[in-house]
Ligand binder design. Sequence first.
Ligand code: C2E
Ligand code: CA
Ligand code: CA
Ligand code: CA
Length: 275
Amino acid sequence: AKDAGGGGYATYHPDMHDALARRLDLATDLRLALERDELLLHYQPNVDLTSGEIVGFEALVRWQHPTRGLVPPIEFIGVAEATGLIVPLGRWVLREACRQAVEWNRPLKMAVNVSVRQFEDDDVTAMVQEVLAETGMPPQWLCLEMTESVLLTDTDDNLARIVSLKALGVMLAMDDFGTGYSSLAYLRRFPMDILKIDRSFVDRLGAEREDEALVRTIVRLAQRFGMSTVAEGIENETQLTLLQGAGCDTAQGYLLSRPLPAAAATALLTEERNF
Ligand code: C2E
Ligand code: CA
Ligand code: CA
Ligand code: CA
């Protein structure tokens, strides 16, 4: 280790070996998971805060591992990014989400997460275009969600990518808004359609008046830039009421619905459930 003193991080510990071994196993397994069709999507409803109607879903990937059970994305998206597997994995997610949206055959917004690595792949626009064509997905039903980190690096190339994706007719959302540090400048520069207010802001709602003011300011800012707003991670009625009062357009969160397997999401749509 370079720096054995101080931080304690360089000190070897058996747990680190376990953690590393687990990550390596995971990388090998993940490669096979794609071939073996072990990935699946859950869908979290996005609800209009005025009408209570479902206006869309966010597709969230899970991995049905043969021995570990249902593995959440936090445990394998990082590995997928580090190994480059995120490119085929992301393509699979996009195709499956579009296939499902076409099967539902309703004008709902299907939101799909796109990671930085996937976004910076040279062919991202061609890939999206191919999947739209393969699945027959109307471009205006698709929303690509990306985090601010996409907008922070290599800005000229990334701006060109954003512009060419927009030209396909898909919507673009800025995910986890407020967690990066150059948010405001990038709002001006990039033509995003939707701003997703990060859960960390929603969490605090109800505790302090200042937090309410902060959310109101974010919503107004988005409106000034012609963007609609989605609040993430709504867990209680207080948050719901405050977000409605702030003029936020739509919301997702456990209060409304957890992410659901495809069959359960289909059932929700069929019974035309309002929230
Ligand atoms: P994200 O895009 O910010 O997605 C929202 C996460 O918050 C989801 O976790 C969702 O289940 C969770 N969530 C929703 N409502 C609530 C709530 O009321 N309370 C709390 N505590 N959590 C809530 P999930 O599905 O575990 O995904 C975690 C992250 O993994 C996502 O964060 C996204 O960054 C990434 N991810 C998921 N699916 C994909 C994918 O297909 N591709 C890529 N590149 N990343 C993905
Ligand atoms: Ca997201
Ligand atoms: Ca988010
Ligand atoms: Ca997040």
